[in-house]
Ligand binder design. Sequence first.
Ligand code: HEM
Length: 186
Amino acid sequence: MIPVTPCIRVVTGIFFVLFSRFAKQIIVYFGFYKQIQKRMELKIDLYTQGERPEVTKPHPDFLKTLGEEGVRKMVSRHYDLLRVSEIKNLFPDEEEEFGKAKQRSADFMIQICGGPDYFNQNRGRPMLINRHSPFSITSEGRIIWLECYRVALTETNLPEHLILSFWNYIQVFSAWMINSTPKTEK
Ligand code: HEM
C-alpha cells in the first residue's frame, strides 16, 4: 500500500508546479498585454494636406521628468530610426550634418516642452511650416515619421500619461507639415 502522506505531498507538488507555471503565463500575458495597450493608445489620425487641427503643447512634467538629456536621447533615437526608414532620403546623409539636425530638433522639443528657448537662440523663430517646405512631406511620410517616434517615445519608459501628452502634440502638429500628395493619390 502507498503511504498517504508522501502521496499527498507528490500531488501537492505537481499541483504547485503546474499552478506556478500557469500563474507565470498569466503575469507574462498581462505584462505583454499592457505593452500592446500602450502602443495601441498611441494612435495616428489620418490627415491630408491643408488640414490644421488644433494643437496642445506637451505637459510641463514631460520635460521635468525626462530632463533635457533625456529629450536629446529620445530625439537622437528618433533620428537614428528615421535614417533607416523609408523616408531616410529626406534627412542629411553626412555624419556632421545629421548630428546638427538632431541638435536642432532636440532644441525645439526642449523649448516647446517649456524649457530654455535654445531653438530661438540658435535658429530664430520656429516657423516650422516654412522650414519644412523645401522637403516633400506626404501623409505617408508623416505616418513613418510618427511610427519612428512611437518607438523612441515608448523606450523612454515614462509614465503613460506623459507619453500620451507628447504623442498627442506630435500626432496633431505633424499634420501641419504635410505639403505634398503621395504618388498613389490623385
Ligand atoms: C510630418 C512629419 C515630419 C517630417 C517628415 C519631418 C521632416 C523634417 C526634415 C526633412 C527636416 C530637415 C532636416 C532636419 O533638420 O532634420 C526637418 C526639420 C525639422 N523638423 Fe521636421 N518633420 C516632420 C514633423 C515635424 C514636427 C511635428 C516637428 C515639431 C514638433 C518637427 C520639427 C522639426 C524641426 C525643429 C526641424 C529643424 C528645423 C531647422 O532648424 O531648420 N518636424 N523635419
